[in-house]
Design a protein around this ligand. Sequence first.
Ligand code: B12
Length: 149
Amino acid sequence: MTKTVILGVIGSDAHVVGITILEQAFEAAGFDVVNLGVQTSQDQFVDAATEHDAEAVLVSSLYGHAKQDCEGFHQQFADADLEDLTTYIGGNLAVGQDDFEETRAFFREMGFDRVFDSETDPEEAIEALRADLDMRSSESEQESQYVSA
Ligand code: B12
């Protein structure tokens, strides 16, 4: 079954080239992509995920304000009963040349399942998402078998 992913650039960020490439790459890989474009609010991500019954949300941020823009992001999904959604973030997530492992740890702590830097090849994210979604569906199949047994 085709999996739907929501894609957007969060906050006031207007860098559009990266998500255009990601949109094309994910579509070519067989995903249904809902591209919310630049300057997307947290509410718009949540509304789109609900409306399209999405499997994953991919957040892009290039201008260095991702930490502020993502505050409360996962709480909003939890409030909408979407806490099981797979969430990725990528781009230039911090201002300047911070140690990316620290940046990754920060966003993982915030609740993102995976955190990618600006050198990421879209294929890497596609492979990761395929693996994560397959894992999730086989886990829930196992759970439902267990529950029904
Ligand atoms: C073009 C550009 C602009 C253009 C944007 C035009 C447009 N509408 O897109 C303009 C001139 C408007 C602009 C403005 C600004 N910019 Co600018 N911009 C760039 C620049 C030169 C290229 C960005 C780009 O298109 N790259 C090409 C695409 C293909 O790569 P990408 O965007 O990185 O995306 C890839 C990866 O990051 C990754 N990725 C991205 N998101 C995600 C998400 C997920 C889930 C995954 C898996 C992967 C992923 O995959 C993408 C595809 O391969 C970069 C520097 C650079 N060389 O990257 C600076 C840069 C991003 N800008 C920067 C800044 C600071 C700004 C401004 C704040 C400047 C200012 N003071 O006004 C403003 C912000 C305006 C705003 N509201 O957003 C900084 C950010 C610094 C930081 N984060 O520490 C950079 C890095 C320049 C720098 N070295 O200082 N910018």
